[in-house]
Design a protein around this ligand. Structure first.
Ligand code: SAH
Ligand code: SF4
Length: 375
């Protein structure tokens, strides 16, 4: 990737139009050119201006001179026994600073394929059970770097329409390998709101990557003002990393609770637009042995979520070197789930995926792994 060139991926139509006009595309053509370029980028997935056949040689050469449309560089691609894939991606330095590396994970299931996308390199928060939280915050990912993770994964999984079909063809929704996106990789997406928003608006756009709002989920540790903005400006599904039912315990596990305590967090959840039994908020709850897995916790959870269309995702804790927490016993997790279910709260237990390639929740790293480079 040429680090000097501006990136076109991730620009809104207005921004792209401005860029085109800046290199001499006449005003009366600019809108059409934007439409054409978006189609090549987001429907076809091309990474070379020379493939944009309806643009004309001269314009293609000019675009090539000033802009880049490559996908992120793959440092390593690992495939787990269970089909989970993990990419270690490298992005060039932005401004001062060094190149950075982040991870993106693809999880195939029978009825869906989910891509877990990162929003930051490291995380500025320090949730005590999270490995990312022990790493220092390096920088926010830019919109093109967030979108680039999805585009790279679609490319590797052959999810783009590519060059074959007739021009103007709409990307088929059926049969896509990546049907769902979760902003659950590294970082706190609501501390990088503008970039996450720009990327997701293109992911949602019918002429962009064309994902359904119901199939994109943004997970937050509870940045209350960002939750309101997400509901108004992005309108995707929401997941809250809850993990505790009392402020005292949540202050410890998810320290941002000190700033946005449960009462404020729950109010933001109740106010989230468009909720119904078919559109529930997911509450993530990591099962920590002897910490948050008692029946008292279960009862408080039911009370806390009373009246909110909710689903609880019980996540068996994934240990990492140096952690003092342990995962709750399987029996305890099942009992906890059973209790919630009996109270009418769906509480699926998330089966850990890709454990052999360290792709599970909270295990993503920002530094180059000491594993051998694939192929
Ligand atoms: N920063 C955002 C999104 C990324 S974390 C957030 O906190 O919501 C995605 C989910 O994995 C969160 O619910 C997080 O709390 C959880 N998680 C982090 N470390 C974990 C671990 N070691 N085991 C299980 N889940 C973990
Ligand atoms: Fe950051 Fe989320 Fe990990 Fe907390 S759980 S440290 S917010 S990535």
């Amino acid at each position: 990737m040429d680090e000097q060139k501006k990136r076109l991926i991730g620009l809104s139509r207005t921004q792209l139009k401005e860029e085109l006009q800046a290199i001499g595309v006449p005003e009366n053509q600019a809108k059409m050119r934007v439409h054409q370029i978006w189609h090549w980028l987001y429907v076809r997935g091309v990474t070379d201006f020379d493939e944009m056949l309806n643009l004309g040689k001269e314009l293609r050469a000019k675009l090539e001179q000033f802009y880049s449309i490559t996908h992120p560089e793959i440092v390593e691609e690992q495939v787990s026994k269970d089909g989970t894939r993990k990419w270690l991606l490298r992005f060039p330095a932005r401004g001062a600073g060094a190149p950075v590396e982040i991870e993106t994970v693809y999880i195939p299931e029978t009825d869906r394929g989910t891509l877990c996308v990162s929003s930051q390199v490291g995380c500025s928060l320090t949730c005590t059970f999270c490995h990312t939280g022990t790493q220092k915050m390096v920088r926010n990912l830019q919109a093109d770097e967030i979108l680039g993770q999805i585009m790279l994964a679609r490319h590797r999984l052959s999810d783009f329409v590519g060059m074959d079909p007739v021009p103007g063809m709409i990307a088929p929704l059926e049969g896509r390998k990546i049907s769902n996106i979760v902003m659950m990789g590294m970082g706190e997406p609501l501390f990088n709101f503008e970039n996450v928003k720009s990327a997701l608006l293109i992911a949602l756009d019918g002429d962009g990557l064309c994902f359904s709002r119901r199939r994109i989920t943004l997970s937050t540790s509870g940045v209350v003002p960002g939750i309101y903005r997400t509901g108004e400006e992005i309108k995707v599904m929401l997941a809250i990393s809850l993990h505790a039912t009392r402020d005292e315990l949540r202050d410890e596990l998810v320290p941002i609770n000190g700033k946005y305590p449960l009462e404020k967090l729950m109010a933001a959840c109740r106010d989230y637009p468009g909720l119904s039994n078919a559109r529930r908020i997911t509450f993530e709850y990591v099962m920590l042995k002897g910490v948050n897995d008692s029946l008292r916790d279960g009862r408080e959870l039911v009370e806390l979520l009373d009246g909110i269309p909710a689903k609880i995702n019980l996540i068996p804790f994934n240990p990492w070197p140096g952690t003092e927490y342990e995962c709750s016993d399987w029996k305890t997790i099942e009992k906890f789930a059973g209790y919630l279910n009996s109270k009418g709260l769906p509480a699926p237990i998330r089966t850990p995926r890709g454990r052999d390639i360290l792709a599970a929740c909270g295990q993503l790293k920002s530094e180059t792994q000491k594993l051998t480079k694939a192929n």
